[in-house]
Write a protein that binds this ligand. Structure first.
Ligand code: IMP
Ligand code: MG
Length: 197
């Protein structure tokens, strides 16, 4: 059954779909399988430890919920909230941590999850703060990476080990990504009409 959001009229500001929901689901499935394999290998190498998934709120909530349900491993969640695109901004205003980070990550296997790697400031900040706690391993998974960043700094390839899709340098919404707080529930990755921005 088609999601109501895919029906004409439900979201008149949506311009066009970049990534359809079936493609997202297939890629999330692949990333979850790869993550599970890599975590098992990691623990075979460096020893068992707690697995902690750290979704960056609010953009990662949809990806994290889909990804986690495809990871048949014993794991726990530790949320962190970061804002970088306050309100109607279309470019990063610099990443700022808005919540407490989990404080018990020493010796754990951490997987940071975010919606998109753009300038890289968000993941750089979160990874740096988590690394200070000396986890046994640290990796990051994002659904999207903007191939050409709108900011002067290009995202460092090493900031995310798992990348779902490369997209062009366009502002996108849906599947967790918002514009001014809206469209996170749109089930596909889509662009907005110019007049809506
Ligand atoms: P970065 O810090 O520049 O890498 O940006 C990452 C954060 O900016 C993501 O977690 C998103 O919340 C937000 N962001 C970046 N690009 C977009 C976009 O095209 N649409 C919506 N949010 C975006
Ligand atoms: Mg975000």
């Amino acid at each position: 059954m088609r999601h109501a959001a895919g029906q004409p009229g439900a979201f008149p500001e949506i311009e066009r779909t970049l990534i359809a929901r079936e493609a997202i689901a297939a890629r999330v499935h692949e990333m979850a399988a790869k993550l599970c394999n890599d975590l098992r290998d990691e623990m075979a190498r460096t020893g068992p430890g707690r697995i902690v998934i750290v979704p960056i709120m609010s953009g990662a909530m949809i990806l994290a919920s889909d990804l986690l349900r495809e990871m048949p491993l014993k794991l726990s969640l530790g949320l962190v909230a970061v804002s970088s695109y306050p309100g109607t901004s279309l470019a990063s205003k610099g990443a700022v941590i808005q919540s407490e980070l989990p404080t018990d990550l020493a010796g754990t296997h951490v997987v940071v999850v975010d919606d998109i790697l753009d300038s890289g400031q968000t993941l750089e900040l979160v990874r740096r703060i988590i690394a200070e706690q000396r986890p046994a391993s640290l990796r990051a998974c994002v659904l999207l990476r903007k191939r050409v960043s709108r900011t002067a700094t290009t995202p460092d390839e090493r900031l995310a080990e798992y990348i779902g899709f490369d997209i062009p340098d366009e502002f996108v919404v849906g599947y967790g990504l918002d514009y001014n707080g809206y469209y996170r529930n749109y089930p596909e990755i889509a662009t907005l009409k110019r007049e809506a921005l």
